[in-house]
Design a protein around this ligand. Structure first.
Ligand code: DSN
Length: 402
């Protein structure tokens, strides 16, 4: 027995059990998903694709990869699926490399307006290899201004328009995106990492039917193992597969692909749809309670699992708010808000998500306690130990799956 490992594992178990995780990109994978990810499939090399591997002994890993692919196709109605990307960032990298040549022009939402690092940030490969031009959210509504986006797309004639975001709380109009892309002759690419669980449950409008290519992670609202996924129209299948392997990756992680297969089956269930309804209900309720207590909710509301909260009218920065909440056992991340006056490391907002707490079964009663605690912590208006106790007691009522 490796006691050092066990001690650290136990500490992390305690941390997860005793805190309230409101990080919008985190969730708790089921025991079945974790068992598959911890299975003996980890022992197998399988470079290549089912039926065309570069190693012997691949008969069962072929079956597991085909199972994951067919379930993902059924779940999302996709024509083609690649389940091999190790992460969302690698999925994006593989798609760009399959479809673009450096320095093709791509349009996207920038990081400080809610886009992802891989959507053209200068410090990321995407911004280094490709010529990203950004559309932004409207200063007043803080939502995407599709008319403006359309105007910009006519000017830039991008090779592709990227949508699907990391810190954007409202529903995206994918039909409109498709209309704009068709009008200017661009490819439509969607990174649905945050909303893939909602899309799977048909509680967010569908991007798969409109987009040429959709990328995702599998561990956020989708509640699978940590990993990536690419869905596409048939015509891009060959290019994308070649770009993932041998272009970007060597051996696929067959244990993670096994866990993806299990997660996709879970996501096809009625229980999963009910879970996603709870995620949405909890997010709406938390937004409304925090707003009633004086916090400004960016865009005024949420349509997803996520809300973005401007803490500046509490005389706080995002950094300070994150640290204070963290000390009391409520885990969030600081986040820039659109047109933020503070630098990214400090920023003026926090991002809150309800995917993880909803997996623990937390509902309206829990949301009331959480919102009260958030307000008291941010106002510094109650005894810290009393709040910590309240959070601990709430967390212990809703244990995480072991
Ligand atoms: N870092 C993830 C998030 O927190 O949204 C996206 O990759």
């Amino acid at each position: 027995m490796d006691n050092n490992y066990l001690t650290i594992l136990n500490d992390e178990k305690n941390r997860q059990n005793k805190s309230i995780v409101l990080i919008a990109s985190e969730n708790y994978a089921s025991k079945s998903v974790r068992e598959a990810q911890g299975s003996i499939f980890t022992n197998k090399y399988a470079e290549g694709y089912p039926g065309a591997r570069y190693y012997g002994g691949c008969e069962y890993v072929d079956q597991i990869e085909n199972l994951a692919i067919s379930r993902a196709k059924e779940l999302f109605g996709a024509e083609h699926v690649n389940v091999q990307p190790h992460s969302g960032a690698q999925a994006n990298m593989a798609v760009y490399s399959a479809l673009f040549n450096s320095p093709d022009l791509i349009m996207s939402l920038p990081l400080d307006h809610g886009g992802h690092l891989t959507h053209g940030s200068k410090v990321n490969f995407s911004g280094k290899f490709y010529n990203f031009k950004h559309y932004e959210v409207d200063r007043e509504s803080e939502q995407i201004d599709y008319d403006k986006l359309h105007e910009l797309a006519k000017i830039f004639s991008p090779k592709a328009i990227l949508s699907g975001f990391t810190a954007y709380p409202r529903e995206i109009d994918f039909e409109r995106m498709k209309y704009i892309c068709e009008d200017v002759g661009s490819l439509m690419i969607v990174d649905m990492a945050h909303i893939s669980g909602l899309v799977a449950a048909k509680l967010h409008n569908d991007c798969v039917k409109y987009a040429d290519v959709v990328t995702s992670t599998t561990h956020k609202t989708l509640r699978g193992p940590r990993g990536g996924l690419i869905l596409s129209k048939k015509e891009y299948a060959k290019k994308i597969d070649k770009s993932v392997f041998p272009g970007m990756q060597g051996g696929p992680m067959m244990h993670t692909i096994a866990a993806k297969a299990v997660a996709f089956q879970e996501a096809l269930s009625e229980d999963f749809v009910e879970y996603q309804k709870l995620v949405l209900k909890n997010a709406k309720s938390l937004a409304s309670k925090l707003a009633k207590s004086g916090l400004r909710i960016v865009t005024g509301d949420t349509d997803t699992h996520m809300l973005l909260v401007d803490v500046s009218n509490f005389n706080l920065t995002g950094k300070l708010a994150e640290e204070r909440l963290n000390e009391s056992g409520i885990i969030v991340n600081r986040n820039t808000i659109p047109y933020d006056v503070n630098p990214p490391r400090i920023c003026s907002g926090i991002r809150i998500g309800t995917a993880a707490i909803s997996s623990r079964g937390m509902d309206e009663d829990a949301i009331s306690v959480i919102s009260e605690c958030i307000i008291q912590i941010l106002r510094n208006s109650s005894d810290k130990n009393i709040i910590k106790e309240k959070i601990l007691s709430l967390a212990s009522k809703y244990p995480i799956l072991d």
